[in-house]
Design a protein around this ligand. Structure first.
Ligand SMILES: Nc1ncnc2c1ncn2[C@@H]1O[C@H](COP(=O)(O)OP(=O)(O)OP(=O)(O)O)[C@@H](O)[C@H]1O
Ligand SMILES: [Mg+2]
Length: 246
């Protein structure tokens, strides 16, 4: 059993409904410090909703979300803001600000949350664009770049503050296989070298195999299966078999 000190994110019996749709029905799982946990599940099973609970954009109807020992519903606004500053969120839809250039989109979180000087900010922006292989996108507006490039700008924006926790919502969506491989290597490297704790929502098996050490399968509002990456894709659970088509 991992001790509490090893656990960075914990969901305990989380319930969430929207109108008469009961999406999360007692969802519980934890993520250890430095771990990369994959999340699979059908479309509409509540994966994005789960990530939004972790970052505090949604509150559970019942149950608790605990990050670094702090119950997200019980913390002060100031503590919640401080916790959020330690997290990066790669939105499923890249959610960039259309009237700002790529570089301005990336600079914004640094301007808002750090004391970095303008020259340091532009260095960090250039460096992070390099990490996601779009060094030349800085001066373009979001509507001037491709879907896959937008996804990578979204990734860069999540990483720019060098967060301890990164929540990835389909990081491979819209990327060609070569770019996917290098983004997956980046996700894995952040986890291995900087001990970033990651939650990765992905349908792509190659991505999960490249980045995750364990995977959960969300079904009917709970984490129905949790298995190490080595065994996840060879399941006994009938619902997961059906989902994977194996
Ligand atoms: N703010 C909201 N208001 C009302 N319903 C919502 C809201 N957010 C999510 N839902 C509903 O909750 C369900 C789960 O949504 P969610 O976005 O988490 O699915 P998902 O597992 O991420 O699916 P996908 O793989 O398609 O991205 C859906 O039925 C969705 O319509
Ligand atoms: Mg989603």
């Amino acid at each position: 059993m991992p001790s509490d000190a090893d656990t960075l994110i914990r969901l305990e019996g989380v319930h969430k409904s929207f109108g008469d749709q009961h999406i999360l029905r007692g969802l519980s799982f934890d993520v250890r410090r430095g771990q990369c946990l994959g999340v699979m599940g059908g479309s509409g099973s509540g994966k994005s909703v789960t990530l939004r609970h972790v970052i505090g954009l949604l509150q559970p109807d019942a149950g608790r979300v605990v990050v670094d020992g702090q119950d997200m519903a019980q913390t002060s606004e100031a503590d919640l803001a401080a916790l959020r500053r330690r997290m990066g969120y790669v939105f499923q839809e890249s959610a960039l600000i259309n009237w700002l250039t790529v570089a301005e989109n990336l600079a914004l979180p640094l301007e808002e949350t750090t004391d970095l000087k303008p020259a340091e900010i532009s260095d960090r922006v250039a460096h992070t664009l390099g990490l996601v292989h779009i060094p030349d996108a800085a001066d373009k507006f979001p509507n001037e770049i491709s879907g896959g490039m937008k996804k990578r700008v979204g990734l860069a924006r999540a990483l720019i503050t060098q967060p301890e926790i990164v929540l990835y919502d389909e990081p491979n969506a819209g990327l060609d296989p070569r770019i996917s491989r290098s983004i997956n290597a980046l996700i894995r490297e952040l986890s291995d070298t900087l001990e970033v704790t990651s939650l990765v929502v992905e349908h792509r098996i190659d991505c999960l195999k490249a980045v995750a050490d364990e995977v959960i399968f969300m079904h009917a509002g709970v984490a129905l299966v949790r298995e190490p990456i080595e065994t996840f894709f060879d399941p006994d659970e009938p619902k997961l078999k059906e989902f994977l088509g194996v």
